[in-house]
Every structure is written in C-alpha cells, then in structure tokens.
Design a protein around this ligand. Structure first.
Ligand code: MG
Length: 377
C-alpha cells in the first residue's frame, strides 16, 4: 500500500509471508507502514541519536549520528523505491531499522564486542538488528519484539554467517540457498552505502581529517567539483562542498535507478519470488559508477576511518567495551534487574545477555557506566 503504483515484482503485503504471530489488520495503515511506525516508536530507534556513525557523539553536534544516517538512508531509498514501483513503506521500514543492532562507538565497539563474544558465537550487528526487532524490544502485551512482517525482517538481516543462518528457520534459508532478498531490501542495502559514502565526505571535510585536494583524486568527487567551480567560481568553500555532495548523491541515485530499471527489464521478474530466484541482485549501479563508488569507499576507509585521530578514539572505545563486558560477566547484578534475570546458568546465555545489554548502550551511557563501575571497583 504505497503512494505510487506497485510493480508486479514489488513486495505485496497481500502475498506476504506475514508476521510470526498473526494480528488483525490495522484500520488506517498498511502492514509495512505499521512496521515503519513500530520501528520509529522503539527505544532502540531513539537511542540511535546518541550512537556513533563515524564521529563519536561528543566530537561535535554537526556530525552524523546513527539516527541522522538512518534518516538519510531512508530518504535516498524512498526516492528510488517510488521511481522503480517498489513498496515505499517497506523500503523505509528496512532503512530505519538497518542499524538498530549497532553497538556504541561504531565499528570499534562492534569489533571489540565481537572479540569478547569469540567463545560464545560472536557478535554480528546485522543479526543483532534482527534480535532487537524480534526479541529485545519488549513493549507489546501480546508478544515479544515488534512482530514485524517477514519481508521487513528479511531486509534487516542483510548478511549473516552460515552458522547463524541455520538457527534462523525460514529467514536464514536464503543464505544457505544463495537466494536474493526482495528488491526493497536490495535497495535499502545500496542506499546505506550511498548515504555513508556521501555524508562521510561532508563530515570528513568538516572535521579537517580530509582535504578537498585529496578528494579530487576521486572521480565521483572531482566530476562534481569541476562542475560546481565552473558554474559558481565565487562560492564560499562550505557551500561548495554542500553543492558537490548533493550532486554526487544525485549522480549515484540516478545511475542506480536507470541501471536497476534495465536489469529488471532484462530479467523480467513477475513477482518477489522471481526476484529472490534471480541468481544475483537486480538493484545496482552501472559498471562505471559502481567502480567510482567502490573507489570512494576504499578511499574513505584508508583516509577517514583509519585516520590516526579516529584510531585513538577507537582504542579508547575498545577498552570501554572490553572492560564493561568483563565487569558484567563477573557480576550480572551490575546490570539492570531484567537483564540480570535474563542470564541463564550457562556462560553462553550469560555472555549473550551481556552483549545485548552493551550493544543497546549509547556512547555516552557506555562511558558513564564504565566510569561508574571502574571507580567502584
Ligand atoms: Mg548503515
């Protein structure tokens, strides 16, 4: 139930595999719209506001957080969903939920928690996002989790190890059988990459960790740089960056729409099932833009995410996560009552509950808890 006409290959809620626990239909909303609303009302969604995307929250008020990142992903994906005849509400729901399972302190936090969980099945943020919507959000009288539609959950679980896929029943099957998810999920995945590639250029320049001259080695950036400087030679530097970034987003999104239309035409899927069986993703960029987009991603990895200033922060984040993990494993009553009570007798169940608790923390809460508990110890 979207604003625009749905194509035959779009997710169709009347043909959906539905919710794990069946519910009566809502009076004024479609089912994917209802999923989107449940995600927005969740506590995990609100906490994204204080979780690191690339820059830790206290580094400045102007940088992206996981919340604003998720909103940018959703906004990019909705435009493309509408242009391609896909379900806009489902696309939006997947985008808004895609990072719910992220730990505090971005990738540094996740790597640290994964290392802590090495002997207990590891920690994967995609799987954790699914755990958040399936189990950890606990606010409805009749079920645990948000009881979302199959296609929303399918989109949230972007990647998953085969070992974990085996435990997931119907949702894990596609990883073992190498099937694709629906187009809304494929789109949300690429919109994520489009959003961070572009906002990290903006945030990277703002922070001074990246320089314009360095970025000019990147074709995606330089093409728009030359266009903007040619047309507005007097433009002040910050505005120049905004103008370049918005044109970069427009370039990759337009390319994605055109290329995806042509892929769809060639494969001609008549249903979401045929999309799942297509053998490869149908949402994608042209070869040229895909190359430029990947090159920019590698560049940001080398020059921004692995920048020495970022590495120092990462080291601190790792210490906080590791020490919190040890403190809670040692004494589960250091966690709130419901988490302490959820720990079973075996170390595996205790470790998973501790990981759930730490993963749910915002950056600032993790720092405050760490300070409080290490001062007490
Ligand atoms: Mg993301």
């Amino acid at each position: 139930m979207s604003g625009a006409a749905l194509a035959a290959y779009a997710a169709d809620e009347s043909m959906s595999r539905g919710r794990r626990r069946p519910e009566p239909a809502a009076a004024y909303r479609g089912e994917y719209q209802r999923d989107r609303d449940r995600i927005i009302h969740s506590a995990a969604f609100r906490r994204l506001m204080y979780k690191t995307q690339v820059f830790v929250n206290h580094e400045g008020d102007m940088y992206r957080t996981r919340l604003t990142h998720s909103l940018e992903v959703a906004q990019i994906a909705r435009t493309a969903a509408r242009a391609l005849g896909l379900d806009e509400h489902l696309t939006e729901a997947i985008c808004l939920a895609h990072d719910l399972g992220h730990t505090p302190f971005g990738h540094a936090g996740q790597d640290a928690l994964n290392a802590c969980m090495r002997d207990y099945g590891g920690f994967e943020h995609n799987l954790q996002s699914l755990r958040v919507v399936d189990e950890l959000e606990n606010r409805y009288a009749e079920f645990r989790g948000l009881n979302l539609m199959f296609e929303t959950r399918e989109g949230i679980l972007k990647h998953c190890s085969l070992r974990n896929a085996r435990e997931l029943g119907a949702l894990g099957e596609r990883f073992m059988e190498r099937r694709q998810p629906g187009l809304e999920a494929q789109l949300a995945d690429l919109a994520d990459a489009i959003a961070y590639n572009n906002h990290d250029v903006d945030d990277g320049l703002r922070s001074g960790l990246l320089e314009v001259d360095q970025l000019r080695e990147q074709a995606l950036f330089d093409t728009q740089y030359l266009a903007v400087v040619g047309r507005y030679p007097e433009l002040e530097p910050r505005k120049r960056v905004f103008e370049i970034v918005r044109r970069m987003i427009d370039t990759v999104v337009s390319d994605l729409i055109v290329q995806t239309r042509s892929n769809i035409e060639r494969h001609d899927p008549r249903s979401i099932e045929e999309v799942r069986l297509a053998g490869r993703p149908l949402v994608g960029f042209s070869t040229e833009i895909a190359g430029q987009h990947r090159a920019l991603k590698r560049f940001l990895n080398r020059h921004l995410y692995l920048h020495e200033n970022k590495l120092a922060t990462s080291l601190k984040a790792r210490t906080i996560v590791e020490e919190l993990f040890g403190l809670f494993m040692e004494d589960v009553t250091r966690m709130p009552g419901d988490f302490a009570a959820a720990c079973g007798d075996d170390p595996g169940s205790r470790a998973r509950t501790v990981a759930d608790y730490i993963a749910g923390m915002t950056d600032r809460f993790a720092m405050a808890e760490h300070e409080r508990l290490t001062a007490a110890a």
